[in-house]
Design a protein around this ligand. Structure first.
Ligand SMILES: Nc1ncnc2c1ncn2[C@@H]1O[C@H](COP(=O)(O)OP(=O)(O)O)[C@@H](O)[C@H]1O
Ligand SMILES: [Mg+2]
Length: 463
């Protein structure tokens, strides 16, 4: 998909660190050409957030040459009809020629300082660049607008071969020698990213199941933002989605996973307990449930205006939210995972590890770092079981039912509440999640719309 652009501009750039920087500082039409190339290339990247809306402006707000011919960029993007701009992190290479393995990653050509054509490419696929980036992180210190840090005692080994992780993700991760994983946050917001903050704080409080960061880097101009985090890589891990999908689709419905779901319930509860002990916990304000139920009702109204199939269920779903508002809950609010599903859990060595504490990247950082009900995480995982049960040709709702019951049982063994004992609260959170999924599937994967629609119908029936 390409997106046409208007009024592209290349903002003023920092002082060049070497002569090669002239790719980005002069001449002005080269910068304009680069901005135009990026505006055409960005919408095709799977981590790009604004695929539906045209880019109206793109500017480079910071650039640092991390190695000769390799540039770290922060770009600012505006979309038609959206008041807020979005910043992205890019690693670009520029060279008169590129080896065959990088040709598929060429973004376009600009005129270089000597008048020769320079090929600009996505340098996360350039091993030379990513080796040097990790080396830069390992050595620490400042470069241009970037600062590199590591925990002195953990250490980052050198000479590890890099590869870009080939999974569906909203960022870009590079695995080094099957030992370390560097996650580059693509969509950047000012402030500390919870995917650095949360695992670091949990590790400090002795949470053993976490993957404590060993190093990270951040920008300090034009704003402070976490840009990348290095963590140990679990080379032998299988993600929960793969395990669950295979289990649901095997003719006998591999009973093993259903038992592993108990461990996953325990691990989720242990995470919530650890979070509540490592960060401050707040009592829910008296009107908390009513306001949350209102927000759910408003989201439903908006969703129904976009997806006609949802309209018949609006009265019953409103009743689900009203019942939640009336029932209330005395669960305190706390830091949570914020985007928990089967793709965020890894099974390795008989244990479950939970990753990706970033929350939903589309939400503002303040909200993602705020206190919420842990029931939202539980509901997210239960919805994920439902998807795994419906991925193949023959839906396996009974598999989802069993897995759900075992997961909740496991949660209750360790957690501060039993999800089965708060059915009204849980149902409202699941319904809210399913409504979100309906809008997403209607817009992006219409073939999948039946999965959340079936959940909506079921959640209405269980009133
Ligand atoms: N430490 C790790 N060890 C092994 N695999 C990992 C690790 N961290 C992430 N992964 C894998 O990479 C995927 C994407 O990582 P994640 O942090 O969830 O990125 P994103 O924010 O882009 O979703 C995960 O679903 C998991 O399969
Ligand atoms: Mg993820």
């Amino acid at each position: 998909m390409t997106t046409s652009t208007t009024s592209l501009s290349a903002a003023s750039l920092p002082t060049p660190s070497s002569s090669a920087m002239s790719l980005l500082t002069e001449p002005a039409d080269t910068r304009g050409r680069l901005a135009a190339l990026l505006a055409r290339w960005l919408p095709d990247q799977r981590w790009f957030a604004g695929r539906d809306n045209k880019i109206t402006s793109l500017s480079v707000v910071a650039a640092t040459e991390v190695t000769p011919g390799c540039f770290h960029l922060l770009v600012r993007v505006e979309h038609r009809g959206e008041p807020d701009c979005v910043h992205y992190q890019l690693l670009l290479g520029a060279s008169t020629d590129v080896p065959p393995r990088l040709r598929g990653h060429v973004i376009g050509e600009v005129e270089g300082p000597t008048g020769r054509g320079l090929l600009v490419y996505d340098a996360v696929h350039d091993q030379r660049a990513t080796v040097l980036l990790l080396d830069r992180i390992r050595r620490g210190g400042t470069m241009g607008n970037l600062r590199f840090e590591s925990f002195p005692r953990t250490g980052v080994p050198s000479n590890l071969a890099p590869r870009v992780l080939d999974v569906e993700q909203s960022n870009t991760s590079i695995v080094y020698g099957d030992r370390l994983i560097l996650k580059l946050f693509r969509r950047v917001q000012p402030g500390i990213n919870p995917d650095l903050e949360v695992p670091t704080v949990l590790a400090r409080h002795g949470y053993a199941q976490g993957l404590a960061p060993t190093a990270w880097f951040h920008s300090f101009a034009p704003f402070f933002a976490t840009l990348g985090v290095v963590q140990p890589y679990l080379a032998d891990a299988t993600d929960g989605w793969t395990l669950a999908r295979d289990s649901a689709q095997s003719p006998l419905g591999r009973a093993e996973f259903i038992e592993e779901a108990r461990g996953l319930g325990r691990a989720t509860a242990a995470l919530h307990v650890a979070l509540s002990e490592s960060f401050p916990v707040t009592a829910a304000p008296a009107d908390h449930t009513v306001r949350l139920a209102d927000a759910m009702t408003n989201r439903l109204r908006h969703a129904a205006s976009l997806v006609p199939a949802l309209r018949a269920y609006v009265p019953a779903l409103n009743a689900v939210f009203a019942e939640f508002a009336q029932a209330g809950t005395d669960l305190p609010l706390q830091r949570v995972h914020g985007d928990l599903h089967l793709g965020q859990v890894l099974r390795a060595g008989g244990d479950w590890h939970i990753v990706d504490f970033e929350g939903e990247p589309a939400k503002p950082l303040t909200e993602r770092r705020g206190d919420h009900s842990p029931v939202g995480d539980v509901a997210g995982m239960l919805r994920s079981f439902d998807y795994a049960a419906h991925i193949g040709d023959s839906p396996r709702p009974e598999w989802a039912e069993h897995t759900r019951a075992t997961f909740c049982g496991g949660y209750a063994e360790v957690g501060r509440f039993d999800p089965r004992g708060i059915a009204v609260v849980l149902r409202a959170h699941e319904a809210d999640r399913a409504v979100y999924e309906v809008v997403y599937e209607a817009g992006h994967r219409p073939d999948w719309l039946t999965v959340p629609m079936a959940a909506v119908a079921r959640l209405c029936r269980t009133l």
